[in-house]
Design a protein around this ligand. Structure first.
Ligand SMILES: Cc1cc2nc3c(=O)[nH]c(=O)nc-3n(C[C@H](O)[C@H](O)[C@H](O)COP(=O)(O)OP(=O)(O)OC[C@H]3O[C@@H](n4cnc5c(N)ncnc54)[C@H](O)[C@@H]3O)c2cc1C
Length: 382
């Protein structure tokens, strides 16, 4: 493999965050090298459910989600490529009084940012998502511009456009170390030799803690397995089925080709990099399906997979520049909503690298927040 001897910026990781960052930097005229140890998107990005939304409780997440939604809508023009975006909305089904209250205040905040979210009655929610049954539901929250698209297509779209703007992308090239001298980065070391650089962007997803260690930067990101199933074709699939989430159990589904993609968190899951699929979560999933969407209990499963959430202590991302060494930037720990933030985060990283004021103020996502009491728990996590 041939590697450039030097690069102005080295991006470590070829998931949505890395390729979006590489695209936005290259478009701005920066000489960028992206290093991915496997295939592009092979980390968490291509394991994602593809959900894109601006319905969050934290203002930073609302802004990042909203700005990214606009970028997904404009993707065919810039960077270019078909991503199969379906804006059928995200529908949160709520059965706990405290959640109704939290979503009501979330909707008010989202509306201030121009997000067209609103609260729905149970009858309205079940009409939008006809598999859902009303038993035990109190209300729902819905935003019609949320939806889902295809992660692989987003990754390839950004990567191809980044290359067109002069970025160099190398797959199967793991970064194995970062050289620092006098408090400044001088090079990254890879399994295929060193590359001189002064600036590193860590976009290594669930593996970011070890990349941080290369530079002596503590990034509190832990891997947590999540599993997904895709069903056999479902007859009479509603043409505009929203991404539907039973918030109390976290059971969710959306249309995926002629079938449905189904997921749910497993509270017994322990942190780790194990990506084998198993049946342990299926008991809880079946109970949630029977209760909330009983018609789906009869649908056959076609296939499934496991991927990793990259969890931080407050389930909010880490985005910023380390105190030292100089020019070590990071964008990681998206805790299950990194795909939908990828476009805006790439812009933010471009701005941070260039010393500009970022398009979204991400100072609240600086890793230094854990040294103080100012953590920002995100409520609308799935
Ligand atoms: C089951 C599941 C469902 C999800 N659903 C959604 C969803 O609906 N919406 C949403 O927004 N998010 C969702 N997510 C979360 C989303 O997938 C992640 O937040 C997002 O993909 C993170 O992107 P990333 O680029 O930071 O990380 P990744 O895609 O993991 O990319 C990091 C890359 O870094 C590479 N790397 C690591 N170490 C090195 C090294 N030393 N040298 C070179 N390369 C290295 C890895 O190989 C990897 O490809 C889901 C995740 C899972 C697991």
């Amino acid at each position: 493999m041939t590697l450039p001897g030097s690069a102005e910026v080295v991006v470590i990781g070829g998931g949505v965050v890395g390729v979006s960052t590489a695209f936005h930097l290259a478009e701005a005229g920066v000489q960028v090298l992206l290093l991915e140890r496997d295939e592009l998107g092979s980390g968490s990005t291509c394991k994602a459910a593809g959900g894109v939304r601006a319905q969050f409780s934290d203002p930073v997440n609302i802004e990042l989600g909203q700005r990214s939604l606009r970028a997904f809508e404009d993707f065919a023009r810039r960077p270019g490529g078909e991503i199969d975006l379906k804006q059928h909305g995200y529908l949160f089904l709520l059965s706990e009084p405290a959640d109704v209250e939290a979503f009501e205040s979330g909707v008010r905040l989202q509306n201030e940012f121009g997000v067209p979210s609103r609260m729905l009655t149970v009858a309205e929610a079940c009409e939008l998502s006809p598999y859902a049954v009303p038993d035990g539901l109190l209300a729902a929250a819905f935003s019609p511009t949320d939806g889902h698209c295809t992660p692989e297509a987003v990754v390839q779209g950004y990567a191809q456009a980044a290359r067109r703007h002069g970025a160099v992308i190398r797959r199967h090239c793991a970064v194995t170390g970062i050289d620092v001298s006098g408090g400044q980065i001088t090079a990254v070391r890879t399994e295929h030799g060193p590359v001189a650089t002064s600036t590193v962007v860590c976009a290594a997803g669930a593996w970011s803690a070890s990349v941080g260690e290369f530079a002596g930067v503590e990034l509190p990101v832990r891997p947590l397995r999540r599993q997904i199933l895709v069903t056999e074709p479902v007859p009479d699939l509603p043409p505009r089925l929203p991404f539907t989430i039973d918030f109390a159990t976290s059971f969710y589904f959306h249309d995926e080709g002629p079938g449905l993609l189904i997921g749910m968190s497993d509270p017994d899951e322990e942190y780790g990099f194990d990506l084998r699929t198993d049946d342990r979560w299926l008991g809880r999933l079946s109970a949630a399906v029977e209760r909330r969407a009983p018609r789906l209990a009869e649908v056959g499963v076609a296939h499934g997979w496991a991927g990793l959430y990259e969890i931080t202590p407050d389930h909010n991302a880490l985005v910023g520049e380390a105190d030292g060494p100089g020019r070590f930037l990071y964008a990681t720990g998206f805790s299950g909503h990194g795909f939908l933030q990828g476009p805006a985060i790439g812009e933010v990283l471009r701005d941070l690298v260039l010393g500009r004021r970022p398009v979204v103020d991400v100072s609240a996502l600086d890793v230094r927040r854990f040294a103080t009491a100012e953590i920002r728990p995100e409520h609308n996590c799935v």
